[in-house]
Design a protein around this ligand. Sequence first.
Ligand code: OGA
Ligand code: ZN
Ligand code: ZN
Length: 365
Amino acid sequence: MSTLSSAPPLWLRDNCPCAECRDPRNGQKLFQITDLPAGLAVDAVLDTLTADGAPAREVVWTPDGHRSVYADTWLDAHLPGSPAGPGDGRGEDDKELWDAAGLAGRFPEAEWSAYTADPAVAAGALESVMRFGFVLLRGVPVRDRQVLEVARTFGFVRETNYGELFEVRVEADPNNLAFTGARITPHTDNPYRDPVPTLQLLHCLSNAAREGDSGLVDGFHAAALLRAEDPQAYEVLTRVPVPFTFADDRTALVAHRPLIGTDPAGRIREIRFNNRSIGTLRRPAEELDAFYAAYRRFGELLSRPELQLEFRLAPGDCLIFDNTRLLHARTAFAESGDRHLQGTYADIDGLASTLAVLRRKAVTA
Ligand code: OGA
Ligand code: ZN
Ligand code: ZN
């Protein structure tokens, strides 16, 4: 356990909670880092109480004589050397990685009526998206554009060149293979965007076709397996930027990103995998060799049967999933059959915010 005296002065002062340093109405900082005096140091530390009477320490600063009061609970939680908090909520350490067997008997799902009526059910469903990467809402009204209403229960719709929503059904002149009866192997959507949509919703309006079943794969789990089984391939996929592209007569999108994105601590944080939209890599020949071997290896791993969570969407089902983590798939279906989904995109930071507010309310209720 670290002590106050070992706290770096600029760090400690930057966290001063006083009304001169932070606007009490919103907690936002009122000073620039460059406003702090050179040679800032702790002059004295006194025992005191916070305004609400909690045990605290008061720091008197030199050379400016400023005074800062830090609650002991805040110091215990934040001083360097205190147990490291979780990550930012998006990386592999903050998730429960799964394979199909690992979710047996605990498929993340919720009834729409309960989800909309009971904040605890809503929090549980949103929590599932953060933890497992998805939730299936059942009994969602089978109505045109309802998928937008689902997105608005926790965030904001991300409009794209496909519109506010996209129709997943057999089209006469499809600008995307999703709009045919073809099998779609596990992929993330829209890797050709930067930023990529972090959440996808798929709402089933009808599914009378033979086949057209759904599949999900935990891309973080697959990437972690690759790291364990073939560290060199993993390293290549975290490093080599891949150009993803999408084009039709109105659109020309491109984004250069590795298949496996990592955070500054090297943890898996973002998967992009889509065989339909991978463009032409232009790299030295040896690097292309290494990339293609690794890409193929990852592709084989992602198609292992034990990683595929298979289920069938029924009318009224709406899947909400983390498009930076999970891959989704569907089996081929007879184009004569009636199958119609409506999809949209949204962002997971908004979902995480809604979940945090629900939890805050649950604590204060
Ligand atoms: C898509 C897609 C899956 C399906 O539209 O991006 O992957 O079940 N659809 O049709
Ligand atoms: Zn202050
Ligand atoms: Zn898709």
